[in-house]
Design a protein around this ligand. Structure first.
Ligand SMILES: C[S@@+](CC[C@H](N)C(=O)[O-])C[C@H]1O[C@@H](n2cnc3c(N)ncnc32)[C@H](O)[C@@H]1O
Length: 326
């Protein structure tokens, strides 16, 4: 297609592009072409181009503008992406279907679209899904340089906690011994091991433990990760006094496992205790529970009181980083 283009030497290309864009003269539907040291910048109105710039007519290609679900729907749907799975949280099945169709027609590289069909439930914290597009609910999720294979229909996983996991992983030092009491597919355990820690991860969910082992292999840390399937209350005595760091990411009931955390703790140990509490006193109940469980044996110092995210109206998901010293 012939289009009016500003022709500039390549060195002036970026500066000229900016000038034209600021003046609203760049024709977005056409590609910028490069030939023999010159840039050809398609313009919408050749008459309006400043006189110091040269306008020529030239054949240019059409630009492929990505179609987002919003472009196709005319409203902005909310969805999360986990690897090549798109996750919806829609109550209305018709609206869910409409969004799923738009995702498929868009340029998002999605193989599967699922809609939340239940809350996370039971001890394994897995939820039900309605699969709207595709078949497989297994995917590879990448987070801060690590990759995790997982099946959303078989294990708990939340990509929303990536920043929080990274905050904790950054505290880990090479050579330390870290115990993840509720390890899932390894989003704490694997980055810890990558930083040189020796890690034990426990989970009740057999499939999560299989994925944890696979993810240790994928991230080349299988020699530093021990994955154990079981109830952590039964596993903890085998690692008594062992841990320099303990992760307790089971927010609704971590307090029931504090005795096991104390069993695991060595002379010096940092416990990352996740909790969900009312915004009026998000840290008080967790701190009281930790003190009640540990204070006979340890000096207890809360190093960080951190709000992870809002969980529900007036409820916060928080983390206490607590140092136990004997
Ligand atoms: C909220 S998920 C967290 C998983 C992982 N830390 C993450 O961030 O993805 C809690 C995990 O604890 C496991 N779990 C629940 N009760 C347990 C127990 N008594 N012993 C060991 N694991 C348990 C569940 O199977 C689930 O995978």
């Amino acid at each position: 297609m012939e289009a009016p283009c500003v022709r500039v030497e390549r060195e002036q290309g970026e500066e000229t592009r900016k000038r034209l864009a600021e003046a609203g003269l760049l024709a977005d539907e056409w590609k910028i072409e490069v030939a023999e040291g010159y840039l050809y910048l398609p313009v919408t109105d050749p008459e309006a181009v400043p006189a110091d710039l040269q306008v020529v007519s030239r054949s240019v290609g059409e630009r492929d503008t990505p179609d987002t679900p919003t472009d196709l729907l005319g409203f902005e749907p909310s969805y999360e992406r986990l690897g090549d799975i798109v996750i919806l949280d829609e109550d209305d099945p018709e609206r869910a279907r409409e969004i799923a169709d738009a995702v498929t027609a868009s340029d998002i590289p999605a193989e599967t679209v699922v809609n939340r069909a239940s809350k996370v439930k039971g001890e394994l914290r897995v939820r039900d899904w309605e699969v709207l597009v595709g078949e497989s609910t297994e995917t590879v999720h990448r987070e801060y340089g690590s990759e995790f294979l997982l099946d959303v229909a078989e294990v708990y996983f939340s990509p929303r906690l990536a920043t929080e996991r990274h905050r904790v992983a950054e505290q880990v030092e090479a050579g330390e011994r870290a115990f993840d009491m509720f390890a899932g597919v390894g989003p704490f355990a694997i980055p810890f091991a990558k930083r040189g820690a020796e890690v034990v991860g426990v989970d009740l969910n057999e499939r999560a433990v299989e994925y944890l082992r696979e993810n240790a292999r994928r991230n080349d840390v299988e020699d530093r990760v021990t994955a154990i399937r079981g109830d952590v209350r039964e596993v903890a005595p085998d690692y008594a006094d062992w841990a320099d760091r303990v992760v307790m990411n089971l927010p609704h009931s971590a307090d029931e496992f504090l005795d096991s955390a104390v069993t695991l703790a060595g002379d010096q140990c940092v416990v990352h205790y996740y909790d969900i509490q009312h915004e009026d006193d998000p840290f008080g109940p967790g701190e009281a529970a930790i003190r009640a469980a540990a204070e006979l044996e340890y000096e207890v110092e809360v190093e960080t009181r951190h709000v992870v995210r809002s969980y529900a109206p007036h409820e916060l998901n928080v983390c206490l980083d607590v140092r136990l010293s004997r």
